[in-house]
Ligand binder design. Structure first.
Ligand code: NAP
Length: 244
């Protein structure tokens, strides 16, 4: 159990972020649910977590906007005074081959997926206690690349470099910094992928199925736990064995 710990999960209104927020709450953690647009869903997550007996609030902030994120952390400081677990999960896709990709599509994905990691982690640092945990959600695409996702792959590979470097900077304080690289996980993000492409990917996955958000959440809860105290600077793949 992680009783009396406080976590902030970005992009926790649905999908993988929501599953991580709930799994941490089941493990005794009080949770701050960050979202950008979907207030209704964020409030439902808050209610679900409160029903587990944990403290929980939702805070609206666009993680790509440094000032918005700074405001979010002043609320966190006021309400909780510290942070033990930070999960950088918020992310988007804007898929297109490089030949057709606009500067805006390149820039927005980098802003939301990668600049956000600077914005959020930088503002979180003063609140992170000794032995706290930073968990960054990368992707299988950051490791192997993917057709039509140069922007997304660059952002997710960038997260891995950030993770390995920050692990070296924060080790002295006993703070661990790790990344999770999910494979193909059922969510709104992957719902947009055409049926036939999904079937092909499923066939390529050794476990012959796509993953569930909860299966990523179990990995996050492990990395947040005392059992992971000697693991830092690592990338944990949760992908059913998929390697291309
Ligand atoms: P999702 O269902 O689309 O959820 C994305 C979440 O991010 C939502 O809660 C959304 O909140 C939030 N978000 C988006 N832009 C934001 C912003 N600017 N500021 C704050 N929050 C923002 O996606 P998902 O599949 O759960 O993905 C979660 C993470 O896992 C992402 O980083 C994604 O790249 C990564 N991942 C997913 C898969 C997969 O197969 N699904 C695989 C590998 C990695 P609002 O709607 O309220 O804005």
């Amino acid at each position: 159990m992680l009783s009396n710990k406080t976590a902030l999960v970005t992009g926790a209104s649905r999908g993988i972020g929501k599953a991580i927020a709930i799994e941490l709450a089941k493990n005794g953690v009080n949770v701050i649910v960050n979202y950008n647009r979907d207030e209704k869903s964020a409030i439902k997550v808050v209610e679900q977590i409160k029903s587990l007996g944990r403290k929980c609030i939702a805070i609206k902030a666009d993680v790509s906007d440094f000032d918005d994120v700074a405001n979010m952390f002043s609320i966190v400081n006021e309400r909780f005074g510290k942070l033990d677990i930070l999960v950088n999960n918020a992310g988007i896709t804007m898929d297109r081959t490089l030949r057709k990709m606009s500067q805006e599509e390149w820039g927005r994905v980098i802003e939301v997926n990668l600049n956000s990691i600077y914005n959020v982690t930088k503002n979180a640092l003063p609140l992170l206690e000794k032995n706290s945990r930073v968990i960054n959600i990368s992707s299988i695409v950051g490791l192997y690349g993917n057709f039509g996702q140069t922007n997304y792959a660059a952002s997710k590979a960038g997260i891995i470099g950030f993770t390995k470097s920050l692990a070296k900077e924060l080790g002295r304080q006993g703070i661990t910094v790790n990344a999770i690289a999910p494979g193909f996980i059922e969510s709104e993000m992957t719902n947009r992928i055409p049926f036939i492409r999904k079937k092909i990917v499923e066939w390529l996955i050794p476990l012959k199925r796509t993953g569930l958000p909860e299966e990523v959440a179990y990995a996050a809860a492990f990395l947040a736990s005392d059992s992971a105290s000697y693991i830092t600077g690592q990338v944990l793949s949760v992908n059913g064995g998929l390697t291309i």
